[in-house]
Write a protein that binds this ligand. Structure first.
Ligand SMILES: *Cc1c(COP(=O)(O)O)cnc(C)c1O
Length: 388
């Protein structure tokens, strides 16, 4: 049999070799501690689980859901935008539920990218923006993120030819993998830049509720004119520890929301209604669970940052997301440093090079592992750095 060329063209899975080494280490009895995966370890709050259980027992939820989601769920998302960001959305035309935001992020390419079209992406960044673009036959231009620009893209430095050749600009704040945050002024500038260059601004807001030290993350839709130019992807996954439930949304410019919806009606049949009801409970029920999550991640962040600084790797404390983005010691590569930590002390971190060319020279520590494991993992890292 012969698979499609577009499959062969996908970049190699950079973590495959590391995964193999981790399995090997485990097989030889090493107690591996993994900072590699960004998947909340804490449970979904009980009141949301109960709402889901109750809804699942109701036969009314058992049939095909509506393609465009339950009106009540779309209204709950619109109400959240009003409350949280002061942004008024029309639930009928500017809100579309997604089977997890990754689903819509990937389908954006089907809706906007023709073969040969180009898309601007942050580098390092979440790999889906690039791979989905490639699957649609398009290509990406990297916008380099580095310490000099505080890991926030300098839109004025993107070559004019790249801008002219592109249809979409992807941004993601707070960012995966760098945990960088941005200002409302940056968002306003991005909207203006996209409006002036006939680009769709696509903002991935997966971590918008997970912020620290008094920082609050803006929505791209708060910027003037955003509802003509921008869409934003949101998700219950990280905010409410619901990665397994697959509930997210895209909101913003109606023509873009409609285009993604049109792709979806031909491919999937929406989110199980019981999960949408649980999603309404998440958005409209008590919100102290978010503050609890933030407190847990903040403590972990401080443990990781303190241990790294104590071991001679200078890092600042990130103001958002659930990662610490760490420069590797002088003279090492991302993958080399990952292997060193695995071989020396059985600790797994993600190589920055897996998130793009400009991620080389960094590794990502995720904060989504149990407190006792995280504490022990950082003691091991300290020990590895002292003896090296
Ligand atoms: C986790 C994550 C998502 C996605 O999540 P869903 O579970 O598909 O809603 C989207 N973007 C980034 C950058 C992420 O890290």
């Amino acid at each position: 049999m012969r698979s499609a060329r577009r499959i062969a063209a996908l970049p190699p899975y950079l973590f495959a070799e590391l995964d193999r080494k981790v399995s090997e280490a485990k097989a030889t009895g090493v107690d591996v501690i993994s900072f590699g995966i960004g998947d909340p370890d804490r449970p979904t709050p009980a009141h949301i689980v109960e709402a889901g259980q109750k809804a699942m027992a109701d036969q009314a939820t058992h049939q095909y859901p509506s393609y465009y989601g339950m009106p009540e769920f779309r209204e709950a998302v619109a109400a959240y935008y009003d409350r949280r960001f002061g942004v008024t959305l029309d639930p009928a035309t500017q809100v579309l539920p997604l089977i997890g935001s990754k689903e819509g992020i990937a389908h954006l390419a089907t809706a906007f990218v023709d073969p040969g079209d180009m898309v601007l992406v942050q580098d390092p960044g979440y790999p889906v923006y690039q791979t989905a673009t490639m699957l649609a036959g398009g290509g990406t231009f990297s916008i380099p993120l580095n310490e000099e620009n505080d890991f926030v893209p300098r839109l004025d430095r993107i070559p004019q030819l790249s801008v002219q050749a592109s249809k979409v600009l992807w941004i993601n704040f707070p960012s995966n993998p760098t945990s960088a945050v941005c200002t409302p002024e940056f968002m306003a500038g991005a909207v203006k830049f996209c409006a002036g260059n006939d680009l769709l601004l696509a903002h991935d807001a997966a971590y918008v509720e997970l912020t620290y030290d008094g920082y609050t993350a803006p929505s791209a839709l708060q910027a003037p004119g955003a509802l003509d130019t921008a869409i934003e992807f949101g998700s219950l996954s990280k905010t409410y520890n619901m990665t397994g439930w697959r509930v997210g949304w895209v909101v913003g410019a109606a023509p873009a929301v409609e285009a993604i919806g049109r792709v979806k009606t031909n491919i999937d049949s929406g989110i199980f209604n019981a999960l949408q009801r649980a999603g309404i409970t998440a958005l409209e029920g008590p919100q102290d669970c978010i503050q609890e999550n933030i407190a847990v991640y903040k403590r972990r962040r401080d443990v990781v940052v303190d241990a790294l600084n104590a071991s001679g790797i200078p890092v600042g404390a990130p103001k958002g997301a659930i990662y610490v983005w760490v420069p590797v010691p002088e003279g090492q590569t991302s993958v080399g440093f990952c292997q060193f930590l695995l071989d020396e002390v059985g600790v797994v971190v993600a190589p920055g090079s897996g998130y793009g060319h400009h991620g080389e020279g960094f590794v990502r520590f995720s904060l989504t592992l149990r407190d006792d494991r995280l504490d022990e993992g950082m003691e091991r890292v300290l020990k590895a750095m002292k003896t090296s």
